[in-house]
Ligand binder design. Structure first.
Ligand SMILES: [Zn+2]
Length: 150
């Protein structure tokens, strides 16, 4: 017989969202605290890209952070129905989605999708950012379906 999983996970839900920010990702997380979504782009050719030292298109080391609308579409998603750790048991099922960010071609963000029934999930579903302030220092971007009336 195996040990109950409750006895082997010594961290809380807040610990799960602990950020390990470095100099490349700090501008993104600073913006989220002000409820602003920004995307990393090359300062020379303008290509949106992952934060890092060199643009994969032109080789420039220049980086700019561009403001984004906070809207996007669901590129892909998965529905989590099994609690790998007991701290998330009460949140099942939850959705992890890959969001194509509007106005930032090629830039995608992995985030939770909230406020949607699993049966209503669709690839291409329009969504918008929803800010989840989990502490005074950490604000996590989640996404919710975009109201088509707005
Ligand atoms: Zn470039």
């Amino acid at each position: 017989m195996s040990e109950p999983i409750d006895h082997v996970a010594p961290f809380s839900v807040a610990d799960l969202a602990e950020l390990h920010v470095d100099s490349w990702t700090a501008p993104f997380w600073r913006a989220t605290r002000e409820e602003r979504l920004v995307g990393c782009a090359c300062g020379r050719c303008g290509t949106f890209r992952m934060p890092g030292p060199i643009c994969p298109v032109c080789g420039s080391t220049d980086v700019i952070w561009r403001p984004l609308s906070g809207q996007g579409t669901v590129f892909s998603y998965t529905v989590v129905r099994h609690a790998v750790i007991p701290q998330v048991r009460g949140q099942l099922p939850y959705v992890i989605a890959v969001i194509d960010l509007a106005g930032a071609p090629g830039l995608r963000l992995i985030a939770n999708l909230w406020n949607v029934a699993v049966d209503d999930l669709r690839i291409g579903m329009p969504v918008e950012v929803h800010w989840d302030h989990i502490s005074t220092d950490v604000c996590i971007p989640r996404f919710v379906p975009l109201d088509p009336e707005e």
